[in-house]
Design a protein around this ligand. Structure first.
Ligand code: PFF
Length: 483
């Protein structure tokens, strides 16, 4: 059943934009979910946490915790028809609850804002590798070695040395971070249909094509069996292992962009005829499939080169480039791989900027372009600390009695604070708000489900989600509590 409702309920002074179709909504939301988190974090986490046990537990987390919260977020946005903060206020007021519940969106929006400061720096590294492989591709075409491995004549150390040499170059780091932010700002400034939707409806299909193409290539030329074994080998003793369960839940949260006000904001542009439960299911399934397929694209290539899939950023930025050295048409496939990562990162960064931009437009009534540029510049400036922490600032102490920037590791610290505290906190507040506080008639009229499914959703959002998310929050703050 698709919920009806009064479209005139919008409480905002600014007319709300809308996606031009359900396809556009789904593509934009999938674009926001599919990002760097799917392409390097998921495969690395799956490999490090016991393969099949992690994957099974991850899927359970997506279905039982991620999906109910995703539906709650899109529901708040669609009902509120305004920015994330205003939408939460509308739902709270109509439920006779305090405006204070808009804190769920505030915390999320703050998370989105700070995530973008480092997300853009990492996306800048992706741009750098597009350049590195692009240059190599031109050389390979010129030298008639297109079907051979990448980086002919370079040692593995030289190939892996591209990352440290980028880190040692502050100007390049800032330029790339700036270029990526510039593209993000440009698209957000062009508006919901003219920018965000247009970018997502072109970039996401292109992304899927590239992903499938590279996976098929890896299946034929790489060590596919070994990759399957690495990702899916089932270790039952890992299934009920605390840290594995915790990282699966944390990863599901990050990957679905939950607790970051993004899905509330994108939900606010959804039309009344969109069935939110159906759309949320497609978004969660697409995001999960991409994460699993990404592992099946990356690991066959790494194993074929006989390399160890070292985890963390080195996997994508050092191990993988070195692996392309040994692969047929390595420069071309490496180039296409990083173009694909760039598309995924861009559609996520657009959403990360849109959440605070939409709030500021409603709050201050300034034009979209001006708002996106101002916020983008502030985010760019804060992000410079992450970028320069690797080089010029590495030995500088922000305050005399503080550690140096290198010791503070701004990028990782912001990643940890946002991922372990802000996102789960916003998700927890959302689950409690929808599960216990919001008017049932209102939420039931929005969610697009009925019967048994509806009962299951109510149970999950009221009980399982708050308990499970509280756990990630507590253990994220006090990691010592878990072995
Ligand atoms: N979900 C995207 C990813 O996995 O890379 C990006 C993202 C958006 C991460 C919002 C975290 C977040 F709060």
């Amino acid at each position: 059943m698709v919920a009806g409702g009064d479209p005139g309920v919008a409480a905002s002074a600014t007319a709300q934009d809308h996606w031009s179709s359900r396809f556009a909504f789904v593509m934009a939301a999938v674009g926001s979910a599919v990002g760097l988190g799917n392409l390097w974090r998921f495969p690395a986490e799956a490999g490090a946490n016991g393969g099949g046990a992690f994957v099974i537990f991850y899927i359970l987390c997506v279905v039982l915790i991620g999906l109910p919260i995703l539906l709650s977020e899109t529901l708040i946005g669609r009902h509120g028809q305004s920015s994330a903060v205003e939408s939460a206020k509308v739902v709270a007021r109509e439920s006779g609850a305090s405006d204070g519940w808009s804190a769920l969106a505030w915390v999320g929006m703050l998370g989105a804002f700070f995530i973008l400061t480092f997300y853009s720096v990492v996306a800048g590294w992706v741009l750098y590798y597009i350049g590195v492989f692009g240059t190599d591709l031109i050389a390979a075409i010129g030298g008639g070695t297109l079907f051979e491995g990448a980086f002919a004549g370079q040692s593995v150390e030289q190939v892996q040395g591209h990352l440290p040499s980028l880190f040692a170059d502050p100007l390049m780091m800032i330029l790339l971070h700036g270029a990526f932010m510039g593209i993000t700002i440009y698209i957000v400034a062009r508006g919901v249909t003219g920018g965000i939707e247009l970018a997502a409806t072109w970039l996401m299909p292109a992304f899927f094509l590239l992903l499938v193409g590279i996976t098929v290539y890896g299946a034929f030329t790489g060590a596919f069996g070994q990759a399957l074994e690495f990702m899916f080998a089932f270790n039952p003793e890992r299934l009920l292992h605390g840290p594995v369960m915790l990282s699966a839940l944390g990863q599901a949260f990050f990957s679905l962009s939950l607790g970051s006000a993004l899905m509330i904001t994108y939900g606010s542009y959804a039309s009344r005829s969109t069935n939110l439960a159906g759309a949320s299911t497609i978004i969660a399934s697409a995001d999960t499939s991409v994460a699993i397929i990404a592992g099946l694209a990356i690991f066959p290539i790494v194993f074929a080169a006989g390399l160890d899939p070292a985890l963390g950023p080195t996997l994508m930025f050092q191990t993988l480039p070195a692996s392309f050295q040994a692969m047929p048409a390595g420069s071309l496939i490496g180039f296409l791989f990083f173009v694909m990562v760039f598309f995924a990162a861009l559609t996520s960064s657009i959403a990360l900027l849109e959440a605070p931009t939409s709030w500021a437009i409603h709050k201050f009534g300034a034009g979209r372009s001006r708002t996106a540029i101002t916020l983008g510049l502030i985010i760019f400036s804060i992000g410079m600390l992450s970028a320069l922490g690797y080089n010029v600032l590495s030995h500088v102490r922000p305050l005399a009695f503080w550690p140096t920037f290198a010791e503070l590791d701004i990028l990782d610290s912001i990643d940890a604070i946002t991922g372990k505290i802000l996102l789960p906190l916003s998700g927890l507040l959302t689950a409690i708000f929808i599960g216990w506080i919001a008017d049932r008639k209102l939420t039931d009229a929005e969610n697009g489900i009925s019967g048994g499914l509806h009962l299951i959703w109510r149970f999950l959002i009221a009980w399982l989600c708050p308990i499970a998310v509280s756990l990630i929050l507590i253990l994220g703050i006090f990691p010592g509590l878990i072995g």
